[in-house]
Design a protein around this ligand. Structure first.
Ligand SMILES: NC(=O)c1ccc[n+]([C@@H]2O[C@H](COP(=O)([O-])OP(=O)(O)OC[C@H]3O[C@@H](n4cnc5c(N)ncnc54)[C@H](OP(=O)(O)O)[C@@H]3O)[C@@H](O)[C@H]2O)c1
Length: 490
């Protein structure tokens, strides 16, 4: 797959579409629009970095151009990935800056094929994998970015398959070289990659899986095949693993980053492998949290090769987004995975399906750590009733926002004089407090110096007591005041 080729193709399309979405200033005498010009389709667009509302549903105009080696797909379902949350906050470097259509995977039906495409035909059910640009009703993609959907696999399952299963497979088998009787630590074991990794571990005999997840998901984890579910929020997962396996783990999959990477490395047995593949810890809240980002960078794991040698450990980094040039490797992995699917050994778990209009709610569900399995977006039009409910909800939110805005502006503008008076009072109080503090400090300092002098005096007096009453007494830098000597303070 040559993602570098595909990305410009998507970008070109985006540029074409941007040009075509400009308001048309056609004179009345112009001929009627051609079929290609009248072609419209809905697309989700990231309009800027920030909260859930930054992803908007828009209508794109004009049929996307189809070049040699490309296919046009009518999209049915799309997969939501953790990277989409990071991209929305501007924390994902494999997506161009907004406005851009996100989406790394989707499933649908081939609608048209370009020249030189021999292995795809109109009507084929396919899943598509790309760096971005797949959250829309119509997608143009390189044919070798598409994979045929096996019989019996639904469009939901197909959209949940590529990113999660390729990632989990390559980490466990290409890097991890997973073998029978080994044990693996999987973080976010109830999530998309986590579920895929657990299922793949079960394809090898007697593999013990430690899986961390929020407590309400533990039943699902046990069902999925996690041997020891761990609630990382209330317990120290390192201790929990050590209780069961004092030597540690053979493989640790680390999507968290920061200090968790250190913990993962320390948990490895000799000859163990740490595979780091994400930085979930960077995400804290709806918008970019600079403290969480800085904390993650500050605790970034780094190691000297000598320590690796002495530790008999291995550290690997994995990023599917940077493998987009490795068409053959990805296709091979996909073929192996699709065979496993056909044998019934792996099956994507779908958490929930959302309409394109509900993308914000879908993202919220993942970000609030409430998903068990994969979250899917469907391009099916939303039923009118649901739409009405959605608009009602939106209106409610908008009025609530307006009210709070009004309240804050009222607070800001109304009692101006009173506010000024308050501020002045506050300033005066602060000044007084500062003065008091200074005074106290000075007093303390004076008392300390007096005590010091007294002590020195005591020491002096011990040896030179016959000098009492003679004024100043000097000895080794210690000075006793005449009056203090007179009145026998010491
Ligand atoms: N390198 C790659 O090529 C690649 C490819 C795919 C995914 N990934 C990485 O794999 C991880 C999982 O991705 P996914 O798409 O399968 O998503 P996911 O696991 O479904 O993500 C959501 C789950 O992650 C857990 N989580 C941990 N820290 C979180 C945080 N700060 N905010 C919100 N949720 C958090 C939560 O579950 P619990 O509370 O139950 O833990 C949440 O339910 C992500 O870090 C992603 O970046 C990497």
């Amino acid at each position: 797959m040559s993602g570098e080729d595909a990305a410009p193709a998507q970008q070109q399309n985006a540029v074409d579409q941007k040009q075509e979405t400009k308001p048309a200033e056609e004179p009345k005498s112009e001929p009627a629009k051609t079929e290609a010009e009248a072609f419209t389709y809905r697309a989700l667009v990231l309009t800027g970095y920030g909260g859930y509302d930054k992803v908007k549903l828009q209508v794109k105009k004009g049929k996307p151009a189809l070049k040699a080696g490309e296919v046009q797909v009518r999209v049915k379902t799309c997969g939501l990935n953790f990277a989409d949350l990071m991209a929305r906050q501007g924390l994902y470097d494999r997506m161009p800056s907004p406005p851009v259509t996100p989406g790394m995977e989707c499933a649908g039906v081939v609608e048209a094929v370009g020249e030189e495409v021999t292995d795809r035909k109109v009507g084929d059910r396919v899943m598509v994998l790309n760096r971005f640009g797949l959250w829309q009703e119509v997608v143009v993609s390189l044919a070798d970015h598409t994979f045929l959907i096996p019989d019996g696999m639904s469009f939901e399952e197909a959209a949940a398959f590529p990113v999660n299963y390729i990632t989990a497979y390559m980490m466990l088998f290409d890097f991890g070289h997973l073998r029978p009787n080994q044990n693996v630590l999987i973080h976010a074991a109830a999530g998309g990659v986590g579920t895929a990794a657990t299922q793949l571990c079960k394809t090898v005999n007697d593999v013990t899986v430690f899986g961390t997840a929020s407590a309400p998901k533990h039943e699902a984890l046990t069902e999925a095949g996690v041997t020891h579910p761990i609630d990382y929020r209330s317990k120290d997962y390192v201790e929990e693993v050590r209780k069961i396996s004092p030597k540690g783990c053979d493989i640790v999959l680390d999507p968290l980053g920061g200090s968790d990477t250190h913990k993962g490395y320390n948990l490895l047995k000799p000859m163990g492998k740490l595979i780091t593949y994400g930085a979930s810890n960077m995400l804290a809240g709806q918008k970019k949290n600079l403290i969480a980002v800085a904390k993650n960078w500050y605790h970034q794991f780094s190691i000297h090769t000598l320590s690796l040698i002495q530790g008999n450990k291995s550290v690997c980094g994995y990023h599917l987004g940077y493998l987009d040039g490795e068409t053959e490797l990805i296709t091979q992995t996909m073929n192996t995975l699709l065979d496993l699917y056909k044998q019934g050994k792996v099956k994507p778990r779908i958490d929930s399906t959302w309409h394109l209009e509900q993308v914000g709610d879908a993202m919220r569900k993942m970000q609030e750590r409430n998903n068990v399995g994969k979250i899917i977006l469907t391009t099916e039009p939303m039923p009118e009733e649901e739409k009405k409910e959605e608009t009602k909800k939106e209106d409610k939110k908008r009025t609530r926002r307006k009210k709070t805005r009004r309240r804050t502006t009222r607070r800001r503008t109304m009692p101006r004089k009173r506010r000024k008076r308050k501020m002045r009072k506050r300033r005066r109080k602060r000044r007084r407090r500062r003065r008091r503090r200074k005074r106290r400090k000075r007093r303390r300092k004076r008392r300390r110096s007096l005590r010091k002098r007294r002590n020195e005096g005591l020491w002096v007096v011990e040896f030179l007591s016959w000098e009492r009453g003679r004024g100043l007494v000097w000895c080794g830098g210690g000075r006793v005041h005449f009056l203090e000597v007179m009145y026998g303070i010491f």
